[in-house]
Design a protein around this ligand. Structure first.
Ligand SMILES: [Zn+2]
Length: 306
């Protein structure tokens, strides 16, 4: 089971969900053991952001890389697609502060990566195997949020959301997914981000959601979904939270072998979780597999060709 990068260079243009700024993004191949490296190419001197658990700063409404006062925002959907398609090494050049939101899901990034094609590299692919349960939480009672990682020979996620909203109430608020039997591309990648009209003013006063609209998010008023086409999956909301979690976890640098469980978790708690794991050397090890058949069903090669 070998590392992978992109076969060729590919670009896309879009706007940032939070900044509202137009941005050009170029995905480029990278040598083995590079990992995922974002690069701001619009600054007088380009700034590189190698992605790891401690590279995340701001986690309000998105996962943002921060280094010396410079940022790269909203990396989670692209990170999710890179993880789901098994891309270990890539450079991501950006001409603005934020990754383009595209349609609010990960599917545009999946198509881009598929179009670029994947190249197997000589080095063995590295996985982080969870050896010991790690849990983080915030708040209590009605404000409780928690997330955990525990040993499991594969990659399984269980996510529960709890929104008291008529449109979300009707859908499944709990999802369990085992990637031995689930396709990231088919079952997760199309789930869009979502928001509520009553939050828009507050968010915009904070400089957030400036680029958000019905083309890149599910938008709800107090009662219903405003998008005329409705939902892409019956349980699109919780599926999007799983999509986010996959991207937030992949920030650790390698795919995880383990089980993730979360209740009302978000970018902040997901980042605290991988920091807690990586800070406890007895909680994980880094493993490689000489043959694909020995590799636990995490994200298999065949999913790249959906
Ligand atoms: Zn998201």
């Amino acid at each position: 089971m070998r590392q992978r990068t992109l076969k060729q260079v590919l670009s896309a243009t879009g706007i940032g969900l939070h900044s509202g700024k137009r941005v050009n993004m170029t995905l480029r191949p990278a040598p083995p053991d590079t990992g995922i490296v974002f690069r701001r190419v619009d600054l007088p001197e380009p700034v590189d952001f190698p992605v790891d658990a401690f590279s995340i700063g701001d986690t309000r409404m998105a996962s943002t890389l921060e280094k010396g006062g410079v940022k790269v925002s909203t990396i989670e959907h692209l990170m999710s697609a890179l993880c789901g398609l098994g891309v270990d090494n890539a450079y991501i050049d950006l001409t603005a502060v934020e990754v383009p939101i595209m349609d609010g899901s990960a599917i545009s990034f999946v198509f881009l990566i598929q179009q670029a094609g994947l190249l197997e590299q000589p080095a063995l692919k590295k996985f982080i195997r969870v050896k010991k349960a790690i849990e983080v939480s915030e708040g209590e009672g009605a404000t409780l949020k928690c997330a955990s990682l525990s040993p499991f020979n594969g990659f399984r996620l269980r996510f529960e959301i709890d929104f008291a909203h008529p449109a979300i109430d009707k859908t499944g608020q709990m999802l369990e997914i085992d990637f031995a039997s689930t396709s990231f591309i088919r079952d997760i990648a199309r789930a869009r981000t979502f928001g509520f009209t009553q939050d828009v003013e507050t968010l915009r006063n904070l400089g957030l959601a400036l680029g958000g609209n019905l083309d890149n998010a599910i938008v709800m008023d107090e009662y219903r979904i405003l998008n005329s086409d409705g939902l892409r999956y019956d349980d699109e909301f919780v599926k999007h939270k799983v999509l986010d979690a996959i991207g937030d976890l992949y920030v650790i640098g390698h795919p995880l072998i383990g089980q993730y469980q979360a209740y009302r978790s978000g970018h902040s708690l997901n980042n605290q979780l991988i920091r807690a794991l990586i800070s406890d050397s007895s909680a994980y090890d880094i493993v490689t597999f000489n043959s694909v058949k020995d590799t636990p069903a995490v994200f298999r090669a065949d999913w790249a060709v959906a």
